[in-house]
Design a protein around this ligand. Sequence first.
Ligand code: GRG
Length: 296
Amino acid sequence: MTDGFDFKAYLSQARERVEAALDGSLAPERPESLREAMRYSLLAGGKRLRPILCLAACELAGGDGELAMPTAVALEMIHTMSLIHDDLPAMDDDDLRRGRPTNHKVYGEAVAILAGDALLTRAFEMVSLRSPGVPPDRLLKVVGELSLVAGAPGLVGGQVVDLESEGKDVDLDTLEYIHLHKTGALLSACVITGATIGGADEALIAALRVYARGIGLAFQIIDDILDITASSEVLGKTAGKDLIADKTTYPKLLGLEESRRRADALVREAKAVLKPWEQRSMPLLALADFITSRDR
Ligand code: GRG
């Protein structure tokens, strides 16, 4: 379905646009120490999958991707804050993220918490005050999506169930709940907010919700697999953490082979729902494949 589409070139151009927008998003921050801690994690690289999904969904809906850029930046800010907080000693207690020492290792726990808080609130500022040219009713829907994903119905709820499940026997339903909330919800918000800014109709929004659920779960299954099969050097974060923390993962419940088969099936199903929009959905189809083929 993506024959003839130069995904490599698409990805590198999209990443360049996103990096430039991220770089410009923190300019007036004061005090300087806070700005440095925010920039340290926000500009530390990463695949930039979330902002790119947002831009691609906006363009699929027929919109100008540049109008969705502030929201794309906001999504990366929410993602980055969740990584900073996830790495804290009170949570996953990790030393390595995106190939560098974690935020609290460099700036201390208090500043790391506050840098995360500032990124989260800045995300809402990007949408509500720094999104010129987007109709206010669309921005209001975007703010609503982001508030759901960042709160108890999304990341926070998923994280709490994840923490409470450590060292326990967790069934597949609970594991799916954790993944859909910790990982899937934000990926879903990326395509829904992008499509909303692009003026998508109800049919496209409904299809994108199904697409996002599939890629969200597949993304996390691959994450679980990579935690076992890849090195810390390649991942840029500590490998083997799930085993050390005695976490229930897809490979633990289903084995590596069945986990990969499941991820492939989820991506196939996710791509199938975009069939009616085939002509314009090349980037989203290719991004779905990227999720299962990635090595980090
Ligand atoms: C939002 C207030 C608020 C709190 C956050 C800490 C927390 C609550 C949630 C944890 C969410 C979390 C860290 C989920 C893991 C998601 C995941 C698989 C991250 C890795 O994403 P990649 O591979 O990373 O896209 P890069 O570095 O490429 O961006």
